[in-house]
Design a protein around this ligand. Structure first.
Ligand code: OOG
Ligand code: NI
Length: 450
């Protein structure tokens, strides 16, 4: 037996460490986390059909994701190595320079577990964005250079962490003692330092709707900007937040509206808290200022959708963004059977009967006859327009509305080169999971070898 700790345990321990750290650093987040647990408890009691146990409320309410923003390619390259230890791999490419009403000068990916087994054990993931200071539709050449210069020499990966990563590569695993040090050292990257640099650049960026660039370029390390516990009923929790913390609440829930069937991802947040920071300039001169970066978010995950399903969602979303009418989403059927029949969502297949003679090998017939059960696969990714909405509201509605100059083209390949490995395609992952369960079901029903 290997003495090494399985990666899912490192991921779960890391998530818990960050959660405790963030709750300590941001009292409002601590309050949010307890509100999440309270509403989840109520849902579990009221809906026994969910098959959830009240004893598991802490696990059910644990964080599903966090987010950080990086300033330069080397930082992303190193971060990817840190995530690899926790079996968190890049999935999907999000270009936020072109998403949503307020554009942001970042491109992003999500580091997450990929296999169902890993996801089940700990689904924690991290949304990671990389600033694009060379994008001339956001920054002049002069400002772009100032940003780059300001972070040129920063290095928030401790010597100990680098050593550990080398050891990990050589050994292929970590002992619990190494895990403890790894988590402590990795968590340092995500802490809040209160110290900022280059007040002139900071003010310039803030004055020009580029709060995100200020948040990235004027601090020594990429503080965790939010964590997101899992909610079983986000609409109910939102109403509760409206009673308890009304002054901080984002004014809407991102994603699909409330429906009978849960699809994709619904999320909302309380807005970033105002925190005092101390600028120390080159001359040594100190000045106090206030910065808004750290917030708390909640999410409720539903079914992963096929390419066809997501296209339908995007079509409805586009219209909704134009006219504000939620009825636009009615083009997406609201029953799991219809979603299945129209091939809009991904499902796992399970044999519900014994192998019989003359069994059909048409999966749709087997589902209709009840010989095979289907269960929706949960969506594990993000939605670019929702992400842009979350960014904007937490940056005090900052963001650039229109790009006047020629648009820069960002590609998944560019981001892959920086990361140093392939960025997975979420559709392919869901497709593979669904197909594998279909094959297993055929085998169980004796159809496979016929
Ligand atoms: C990330 C915003 C995106 C989400 O849940 O869509 C995100 C950020 O603010 O850095 O986390
Ligand atoms: Ni988020």
């Amino acid at each position: 037996m290997s003495e090494y700790i399985p990666s899912w345990q490192i991921r779960a321990q890391f998530c818990k460490y960050l959660s405790d750290l963030y709750a300590k650093e941001v009292p409002l987040y601590n309050k949010l986390a307890s509100m999440v647990r309270q509403i989840n408890k109520e849902v579990i009691v009221k809906h026994p059909e969910l098959g959830l146990n009240i004893r598991d409320v802490d696990v059910i309410s644990a964080e599903r994701h966090g987010a950080i923003r990086l300033g330069k390619p080397q930082e992303l390259h190193m971060m990817a190595k840190v995530f690899r230890v926790m079996a968190m791999f890049p999935v999907d490419f999000y270009d936020l320079t072109k998403s949503g009403a307020k554009r942001q000068p970042v491109i992003s990916t999500s580091f997450r577990p990929i296999s169902l087994n890993e996801i089940e054990k700990s689904s924690f993931r991290m949304f990671v964005s990389l600033l694009q200071p060379d994008d001339r539709s956001f920054f002049s050449a002069e400002v772009g250079e100032q940003i780059k210069k300001n972070i040129e020499n920063r290095d928030f990966f401790s010597k100990k962490l680098r050593e550990l990563l080398t050891e990990y590569e050589a050994q292929g695993g970590f002992t619990q003692q190494q895990v403890d040090t790894f988590i402590q050292e990795a968590a340092k990257i995500f802490t809040w330092s209160q110290q900022a640099t280059n007040r002139k650049l900071y003010n310039h960026l803030m004055d020009n709707g580029l709060a995100i660039a200020a948040d990235i370029a004027c601090f020594a390390n990429p503080h965790l900007n939010h964590l997101t516990p899992n909610s079983l009923d986000i609409s109910k929790l939102y109403d509760f937040m409206a009673e308890e913390i009304p002054e901080n609440l984002k004014d809407s829930i991102e994603g699909p509206p409330l429906r009978k069937t849960r699809i994709l991802l619904r999320q909302t947040s309380y807005k970033a808290v105002v925190e005092e920071v101390l600028f120390i300039d080159e001359s040594g001169e100190k000045a106090k200022a206030f910065h808004k970066a750290r917030f708390g978010e909640i999410e409720e995950r539903g079914m992963a959708m096929t390419i066809k399903g997501k296209e339908l969602y995007e079509k409805a979303l586009k219209k909704y963004m134009e006219n504000g009418n939620q009825d636009e989403f009615a083009i997406i059927p609201d029953s799991y059977d219809d979603l299945y029949k129209e091939k809009l969502g991904y499902y796992m297949y399970n044999a519900a009967s014994q192998a019989k003679d003359n069994m059909s090998c048409d999966i749709d017939e087997l589902v209709a006859s009840g010989d095979v059960h289907i269960t929706p696969i949960r969506y594990e990714d993000f939605l670019p327009v929702s992400a842009a909405g979350i960014f904007a509201s937490n940056l005090g509605n900052y963001g650039v509305e229109k790009i006047n100059q020629e648009e820069t083209v960002y590609t998944k390949e560019q981001l892959q080169d920086i990361i140093g490995s392939k960025i997975h395609n979420s559709f392919a992952i869901y497709e593979q999971q669904s197909t594998q369960s279909l094959i297993n079901t055929y085998k169980e029903l004796g159809i496979w070898d016929k």
